[in-house]
Design a protein around this ligand. Structure first.
Ligand code: ATP
Ligand code: MG
Length: 422
């Protein structure tokens, strides 16, 4: 026997017993995005490495150690599997001049790739749905993005999520804050771990995001950005809070919220749950007013977020949400040569009438076919034998309830099943 080829570690197959949950999620997402007028954008999964280095930032976990980067040996280009969607979305918007004339409400969805240690809720290929509002200065659109999340959680049957919001201020107040942080951490250099020391002069804000418990004390007493905040950012943050309160969306202010990507300014937010263990952030985003210009476009403000599909699905199940599964309406069992022709016609007729219909393939006894009908989850079996063909009728047998089987014509099958559905 040949050696078995397996999937890559941290990259999962989504099998039929789970994919119906994904399909339900995707249907809900599409309905939800249409409610708010966001339109779909689809970009390639591979981009020039430089795009992510420039946008996400050189001294970030993603760029330093999580990217799948490789050389295309046919032309020596350095390429990277996208670790997130915002950079690609902005690249496409700039490249195709989409912001000429009007702002854009956009969304994307699909796989992202990060070389992390695989564990529950953390994979090397995972999926995100991302929503981006480009060309809007906010804070109205910042509030819209957060409020629409709150609606989605309801649509998905998810409860108990906590919303944390924060602000990073504008470029100047961030620079001021950065300088004060460097000064502070320099004074406490002995208490810094290796990661923090390395980031001290390149990305001191990221030190605030340290997961090392030994660092918590020193981080707790570090200077807070709110004290260095510029007036415009302060008003922006206040207005956002007002809009959220007006809509009854609860939040906590977290002034230590630092996102793992460099491009954010002003509003940042995360939706967090305690029900998924360590991987509790299911959705995160913020404002990135400088990114479009940084990628070579004409300066324009923007705000967006991305959610992790695997974590949201896990949370839906954790919340006890029953995800509807689609079963066939009928499974047709049949035997005999002339019978088979009639069975094919019957199946196509029922499909034409809008029923979901499996026609048994591969022969076998009535008994074994009935077993397959039962296992298919179909609500009814339709039995066709010589007698049925002669009478131009079929026998319909309910599989999920104790009612009697009956001989009816095909039109009656349609009526019966449609009646059952209502
Ligand atoms: P974390 O702190 O968990 O590493 P992050 O800040 O790196 O998350 P973002 O880049 O903000 O994550 O991505 C948005 C969302 O995508 C996350 O909130 C999470 O739900 C999901 N996500 C990120 N990385 C992974 C991964 N490796 N596997 C599964 N989901 C992920
Ligand atoms: Mg991460």
């Amino acid at each position: 026997m040949s050696k078995v080829v397996k999937a890559i570690r941290g990259m999962n197959d989504i099998l039929p017993d789970q994919s119906y949950q994904w399909e339900h999620f995707e249907r809900t997402i599409n309905q939800w995005l249409a409610m708010y007028g966001y339109r779909n954008i689809r970009t390639p999964i591979v981009e020039q490495t430089d795009l992510f280095v420039r946008s996400i930032g050189e001294v970030t976990d993603i760029v330093e150690k999580e990217m799948y980067t490789f050389v295309d040996h046919l032309n020596n280009d350095s390429l990277t599997l996208r670790p997130e969607g915002t950079a690609s979305c902005v690249r496409a918007v700039v490249e195709h001049n989409l912001l000429y004339g009007s702002p854009q409400r956009l969304y994307y969805s699909g796989p992202m790739f990060r070389h992390e240690r695989p564990q529950k809720g953390r994979y090397r290929q995972f999926h995100q749905v991302g929503v981006e509002a480009l060309g809007y200065p906010g804070p109205d659109v910042d509030a819209e993005l957060i409020i629409m999340c709150a609606r989605l959680w309801k649509m998905l049957g998810i409860t108990g999520l906590r919303l944390e919001i924060g602000t990073l201020g504008n470029v100047e107040s961030r620079a001021l804050h950065r300088a004060r942080l460097i000064q502070y951490f320099e004074q406490h250099e002995a208490a810094l771990d290796e990661d923090a020391r390395r980031r001290l002069h390149t990305n001191p804000l990221r030190i605030l995001d340290s997961k090392n418990p030994k660092m918590h004390g020193i981080i707790e007493s570090a200077p807070k950005l709110i004290d260095d905040l510029d007036e415009e950012s302060r008003v922006h943050f206040e207005t956002l809070q007002h809009l959220l309160r007006e809509q009854g969306v609860n939040f906590e202010i977290n002034l230590r919220l630092v996102r793992g990507l460099d491009y954010y300014n002003r509003t940042v937010f995360e939706w967090v749950t305690d029900r998924l263990g360590a991987q509790g952030t299911v959705c995160a985003g913020g404002r990135y007013d400088g990114l479009i210009e940084q990628i070579g476009g004409k300066s324009a403000p923007a705000c967006g977020f991305a959610m992790g599909v695997e974590r949201l699905l896990a949370l839906m199940l954790e919340c006890g949400e029953e995800i509807p599964q689609s079963f066939p309406d009928v499974y047709i069992v049949h035997q005999g040569e002339t019978v088979t022709d009639y069975a094919w016609k019957a199946a196509e007729f029922l499909r034409h009438e809008g029923l979901k219909c499996i026609l048994h393939c591969g022969g076998g006894s009535f008994k074994s076919q009935m077993k397959k009908a039962d296992a298919s989850g179909a609500r009814h079996a339709i039995i066709i034998g010589d007698n049925e063909v002669q009478a131009q009728q079929v026998t319909i047998k309910p599989l999920r309830e104790a009612s009697e089987q009956a001989s009816v014509d095909l039109q009656a099958v349609v009526a019966l099943i449609s009646k059952d559905c209502n």
